[in-house]
Ligand binder design. Structure first.
Ligand SMILES: [Zn+2]
Length: 128
């Protein structure tokens, strides 16, 4: 299951491209990697709880990845679930450069929709 809306990109991971395409600086999720023959390969996924544009500018400054896709979300929880979806969709720790499962903000009791790392999302639904 894929969450709407779809991701935008890919674009070169440069400050100029981020400033051009990421016009809102709210919550969102992103994928980093490279594009070759019009195929975008994901190497790292991430999210921003409140400043997607700033996060991508920092990634552009770090210079580790060549291209990015992104999606703005309505709130930080949606950004977390979208990051989780990307993390699992693109192979998790086995295939991505990410060194840990997407983290929750401190104090948030959010569950990953795709695994049980933070507990089962809707235990009552399973018990019915
Ligand atoms: Zn998970």
């Amino acid at each position: 299951m894929s969450l709407a809306p779809p991701m935008t990109g890919s674009f070169p991971l440069t400050a100029a491209a981020v400033e051009q395409h990421v016009t809102a600086d709210g919550p969102g999720a992103y994928a980093l990697g490279f594009s070759w023959n019009n195929v975008f390969t994901v190497q790292n996924v991430g999210r921003a709880d409140d400043a997607l544009r700033a996060a991508l500018l920092a990634q552009a400054d770090a210079g580790r990845y060549a291209a990015f896709k992104f999606v703005a979300t309505a709130n930080a929880h949606d950004a977390f679930e979208r990051e989780c979806e990307l993390f699992h969709q693109f192979g998790g720790l086995r295939h991505l450069d990410n060194t840990a499962h997407p983290a929750r903000p401190s104090g948030a009791g959010w569950k990953c929709p795709h695994c049980t790392i933070y507990g089962i999302r809707d235990w009552s639904a399973l018990a019915r």
